[in-house]
Write a protein that binds this ligand. Structure first.
Ligand SMILES: [Zn+2]
Length: 269
């Protein structure tokens, strides 16, 4: 178990995407226009009305000083109105709305918070990436834990991408020292693939040593968190960018499931 990143994009057990983002924007702060006392402006940039387009009017919720205010509230009721003056859209078809109080609201600087769903291109939650692989909150309220294949993938990438040791330089992965080297002169794609294969083989050996010790102490390593085989490692120059190397690897666990690893690295040409 680990609390770090879930680096897998596809869940190996059900082949579904991991961490797809719902693009929910939570408790964005808004202020009320001090001329008409009705139109809301994004507090972070009061030139704007809504920060982002609304994806589904039913999901819009508003709070004033922590108290939820429904659309039909007799005093603080509000409506969504098309904001046709907004021009900075990601796609020309994106439609912006603004939230407008039905009656003037003359509270002195009230804390207005709005939650809503937006589209991927505007999503702050996933930084428009579409997926969340950072800390996620489980239904219980605590952080979700990364286990089994997801943990193995995380550990493998950590081993490859971050492991350096001045005292045992042969027992870690030199990949970080490759960044920025000239491809074809100081470095080849085969060097990268070999470094990744060596690192994964070392990780496999360490896991097997750990497993033999842990068994005698009554503990057991999860077979889904252990490398059984390294199926392949490839490193290829990206077709659209000669400074990007696409690295992919496939490892199998002791349960027989496959765990894909992939990342890109930049080199000089
Ligand atoms: Zn998102």
């Amino acid at each position: 178990m680990s609390f770090d990143y879930n680096v897998l994009v596809i869940n190996p057990s059900d082949q579904k995407p991991i961490g797809a983002c719902d693009h929910e924007q939570s408790f964005e702060r808004y202020v009320c226009d001090f001329n008409d006392f009705r139109t809301l402006h994004y507090a972070g940039n009061t030139v704007l009305n809504m920060r982002a387009p609304i994806n589904g009017s039913d999901a819009v919720r508003m709070w004033i000083r922590g108290e939820e205010v429904k659309q039909d509230d007799p005093v603080y009721g509000w409506s969504l109105v098309r904001d046709s003056n907004r021009l900075d859209a990601v796609n020309s078809t994106d439609q912006f709305y603004k939230i407008v109080f039905n009656k003037p609201v003359r509270l002195v600087v009230p804390l207005i918070e709005v939650s809503y769903l937006t589209q991927q291109g505007y999503c702050i939650k996933c930084s428009a990436m579409g997926v969340l692989n950072d800390f996620k909150v489980a239904a219980s309220g605590s952080f979700m834990k990364v286990t089994q294949q997801a943990k193995l993938a995380q550990k493998g990438l950590k081993w490859i991408l971050t492991s350096r040791c001045a005292f045992y330089p042969t027992f870690v992965c030199p990949l970080k020292s490759f960044v920025g080297k000239k491809l074809g002169i100081q470095l080849t794609d085969t060097d990268i693939a070999n470094a990744v294969t060596t690192a994964l083989t070392q990780m496999q050996a360490v896991q097997q040593a750990q497993a033999s010790v842990q068994t005698s102490f009554g503990g057991n390593m999860d077979p889904l968190e252990m490398i059984k085989d390294i199926q392949y490692v490839t490193a290829q120059v990206a077709t659209d960018d000669p400074t990007t190397i696409q690295v992919a690897a496939l490892i199998t666990t002791f349960n027989g499931t496959s765990v894909p690893l992939s990342f890109q690295m930049m080199v000089n040409t």
